[in-house]
Design a protein around this ligand. Structure first.
Ligand SMILES: [Zn+2]
Length: 115
C-alpha cells in the first residue's frame, strides 16, 4: 500500500498514526446503469485538522464540504485537539521511543541512568 501523507503539510502518516481520513467517491444519479467511482482517501494529521477547523472557511464547494466535516469532528470532543497538542509537544515521540524518526530524535530529552 502506498504510504499516506497529510494533504496539507505532507507529513507522512503511518498505519495506526492518529489522523483524520476523508473518503470521497462519486456516483451517478438518475442514469442507468448506476455507476460508482472508486473511493479516494485523503488524510490530515491532527495538527492540520485542528488548524483547518479553527481557521477560515476555504474557497470552493468541495473544500467547504471537507472543512465542515473536519469541523464536526474537531468540535465534537477534544481527542483530536489532544492528539495535535501531543505531537506539538513531542510527547508522543517521547512515549514511543524506538519507533521515532531521526527528525524526532533531536527533540528527545536524554535521560541519565541513576547509580
Ligand atoms: Zn498535516
Amino acid at each position: 500500500m502506498q504510504p499516506l501523507s497529510c494533504l496539507r503539510c505532507r507529513r507522512e502518516i503511518e498505519a495506526g498514526d492518529k489522523s483524520v481520513a476523508v473518503y470521497m467517491f462519486a456516483q451517478t444519479v438518475g442514469v442507468k446503469p448506476r455507476q460508482k467511482s472508486t473511493a479516494q482517501r485523503i488524510c490530515f494529521c491532527p495538527q492540520c485538522a485542528v488548524s483547518l477547523a479553527m481557521g477560515m472557511p476555504p474557497e470552493g464547494a468541495l473544500n467547504m464540504a471537507a472543512w465542515q466535516m473536519i469541523r464536526d469532528l474537531v468540535s465534537a470532543e477534544p481527542s483530536l485537539n489532544q492528539a495535535a497538542w501531543e505531537s506539538l509537544r513531542g510527547v508522543a515521540a517521547l512515549l514511543t521511543s524506538g519507533t521515532e524518526t531521526s527528525a524526532n530524535a533531536g527533540w528527545r530529552v536524554t535521560s541519565r541512568r541513576a547509580g
